[in-house]
Design a protein around this ligand. Sequence first.
Ligand SMILES: *Cc1c(COP(=O)(O)O)cnc(C)c1O
Length: 384
Amino acid sequence: MTRDLVIPAELLPADGRFGAGPSKVPAEALAALAASGPRLLGTSHRQEPVKALVGGVQEKLAQLYALPEGYRVVLGLGGASAFWDVATFSLVRERSAHGVFGEFGGKFAAASAAAPWLAEPFVGRGEPGTVAWPDHDERYDPDLVDVFAYPHNETSTGVMVPQVLRGPEHALTVVDGTSAAGGLWVDPADVDVYYFSPQKGLASDGGLWFALMSPAALARVEEIAASGRFIPAFLDLSVAVENSAKRQTLNTPAIATLFLVDAQLDRMLAQGGLAGMVSRTNRNAAAIYDWAEEREWATPFVANPALRSAVVATVDLATEGDLAVDAGRVSAVLRANGVVDVDPYRKLGRNQLRVACFPAVETDDLRALTRSVDWVVEQLRSGA
Ligand SMILES: *Cc1c(COP(=O)(O)O)cnc(C)c1O
């Protein structure tokens, strides 16, 4: 029986968490959280200890991204999904343009399309496994666009945009960095808003969003707030900007999430900052892609090597003939052995493994994962 297969202990990774979000939270960070005792958790977010924590996270993000003069680190509740609605209320003046090549980019485009106060967005679509830019929409007219949006890394397919690019000069470039943050390179001067949730590359828990915002983006928020548009307070970016300047959030934040982001930022800054993290994720991803290239029954899903994500690697397993391997069975055996969350994005529906290569994941653990998969495949082949 598949579920009775016991992977030899010497093959197993030390830490078996390879999920693309929620992702591995380092054991030391969890221990530090427990050791923080009554200092933070269970205390008021309006008092100095939590405000200092928020301020510290803001400063460390500014340092990690070497934010230029005038940029601000803004945060609020609800994660990146909430930020899509925030953006339709507080960033899009009239019409947005979207690059959609997977689930997450598509959700922002859908939020903008559904907002009755906005014009129909331009949506450039590409097949899963590729990158598509807003100008893939044949109606695209750069003159009509005031927000130019795309994901830096499409977590659902394992595709990354190799270089973050600006849209039209008069538009705000708004980039979803949720799974890219902390692991892929971006020059903040090339974006107006770089937003993300902390439960992916930042090795924390969910529930918050962060946005690195340029002076142009901050000015847009003010302009729209002054325009008289109805904006629910929870989704009003001007309210978040105001609170963030005071090291606060509109309503009660998840303090443990902030604590874990802070811990991960300390580690990232101590280990070479963003450049150091990018070399880590490149090394991590190579451990998966190189292995897949060497196996007859595995292939990196993304055909173009330049688009293969360094933070979320997707590998197709053979579906036909003698080489066929059922990824679902492989994943089930792994899970029973404590190696979890290597399943593909559910709506992609492929015979695939998806493996997070975030900075908090150790290269040795990824190598151990590949050895474990090899072992499982061999067992399944031999009729286990
Ligand atoms: C996970 C993810 C989101 C959604 O994040 P939530 O915190 O669950 O709202 C958005 N965009 C990308 C690229 C993601 O990977």
